[in-house]
Design a protein around this ligand. Structure first.
Ligand code: HPA
Length: 235
């Protein structure tokens, strides 16, 4: 087996069939150290730290993807096509578009609208609707119910732009019921769909475009435990 350009693993079986994908590599390290038994680091290329361990006896991996659709597009493609990963679960933060969403609320992206050009590679004659895996989505909702964690499930926006020249453009997505903005899910959903594997994006609200409330980066790195505990059960 050959290494891919971005993941430094050349042995079979070191990456689990199920992987959690935070954007921040330090969050991957935190998840591995906090939740996994016997975590072994498998990647440090570009500091995109990746680990495999077990959770409740089941093998699971976690790896940082970096920010944005080009970055998660690369990592998810290599994980699926070279390393045989079958369940890819992004665990990230998002900016809320709706007034009834509060800091630390958990959102699950049933679908991911996008302003990205990622789908142009498929040469479709229409607009593709990037969609979560029903298998992972339904299980995540079930797990959340069992744990008593309220979740809001719906359409999210995967944006290429954090600092938009038009600071009000988000309101147009909001009025179509889009819940929140992040920057990766649509590419993950498309790569998974194209390959016939499963993807899901679980998010915690880190800021609100409606109220301008924000969390700090220290809080973000560690405080999103409810989301992570749902994701870990999906192995
Ligand atoms: N925009 C884009 N991505 C984000 C945001 C945001 O406001 N908050 C967390 N991820």
């Amino acid at each position: 087996m050959n290494k891919t350009p971005h993941i430094g693993v050349d042995k079979e079986g070191i990456i689990a069939k199920t992987i959690l994908l935070p954007g921040d590599p330090l969050r991957a390290k935190f998840i591995a150290e906090t939740y996994l038994e016997n975590p072994v680091q498998f990647n440090a290329v570009r500091n995109a730290f990746g680990y495999t361990g077990t959770y409740n006896g089941k093998q699971i991996s976690v790896m940082g993807t970096g920010m944005g659709m080009p970055s998660i597009g690369i990592y998810s493609y290599e994980l699926i096509h070279t390393y045989g990963v079958e369940n890819l679960i992004r665990v990230g933060s998002c900016g809320a578009f709706q007034r009834d969403l509060n800091l630390y609320d958990v959102i699950i992206g049933m679908s991911a609208s996008t302003n990205s050009n990622f789908a142009s590679q498929y040469d479709l004659n229409g607009t593709y609707a990037p969609t979560a895996s029903w298998k992972l989505l339904s299980k995540a909702v079930e797990v959340a119910k069992e744990k008593g964690t309220p979740v809001t499930v719906g359409n999210i926006l995967s944006s290429d732009i954090f600092y938009d020249d038009n600071p009000d453009v988000w309101k147009k997505w909001a009025r179509l019921g889009v819940l929140a903005v992040e920057m990766e899910a649509a590419a993950l959903y498309m790569n998974a769909a194209r390959a016939g594997v499963n993807a899901l994006c679980i998010l915690t609200v880190s800021d609100s475009l409606v109220t301008h409330e924000v969390t700090t980066s220290e809080e973000r790195q560690t405080a999103f435990t409810k989301m992570m505990e749902i994701a870990l059960e999906l192995a």
